[in-house]
Design a protein around this ligand. Structure first.
Ligand code: PRP
Length: 184
């Protein structure tokens, strides 16, 4: 991806790499304090959570393991419907485990709401959520989120794991996409 092309596709940088990393330091410290002396299973939701998982897990001193799920929301285009299909399930038995779901973004909240009740039905000791970004104005359901990086406006954001048509995930910052890219 040519750098000039990417800059042309973006309207602005919403959160710089420095801001993301500074907030991750704070989130990791809070997680370490909350789970002191416990073993924690981090569950990343593919694909967007790869960046936040990689950066978060390296900041933690807690005894952690990682596992991954891939889910797909039935629905048209960029809108999730709340009907979720598991494309890749966990390898780990959740019985008696402390589980922390790691997400890049909570938009409508429908995916996380479904995932939360799905994982809670598997007999864990606890299930909490950490998300780097949340769009409060887009919420369709209330989801109890323990760790939030940033609340952001309801704009089309890409970078730091977030894509548009599978592009821009590798940007080290979060930017807003220029309308001409998605045909507005
Ligand atoms: C994103 C994000 C959440 C979901 C949030 O994933 O990672 O899983 O959307 O949306 P919601 O709150 O409206 O349910 P996406 O489906 O874009 O898949 P990706 O991570 O592979 O890009």
């Amino acid at each position: 991806m040519d750098r000039a092309d990417v800059e042309n596709d973006l309207e602005k940088v919403l959160l710089s790499q420095e801001q993301l990393h500074a907030r991750l330091d704070e989130l990791a410290a809070a997680i370490d304090a909350d789970y002191a002396g416990k073993q924690l299973l981090l569950v990343g939701v593919l694909k967007g959570a790869v960046m936040v998982m990689a950066d978060l897990v390296r900041r933690l001193h807690t005894d952690v393991q990682m596992d991954w799920m891939a889910v797909s929301s039935y629905g048209s285009g960029t809108k999730s419907s709340g009907v979720v299909r598991i494309l890749k399930d966990l390898d780990t038995d959740l019985t008696g485990r402390h589980v922390l779901i790691v997400e890049d973004i909570i938009d409508s909240g429908l995916t996380l709401s479904w995932l939360l009740s799905n994982l809670r039905s598997r007999g864990p000791e606890s299930v909490e959520i950490a998300t780097m970004l949340r769009k409060p104005e887009a919420a369709k359901v209330e989801v109890d989120v323990r760790y939030v990086g940033f609340d952001i406006p309801n704009e089309f954001v890409v970078g730091y794991g977030l894509d548009y048509a599978e592009r821009y995930r590798n940007l080290p910052f979060v930017g807003t996409l220029a309308p001409h890219v998605y045909g507005a």
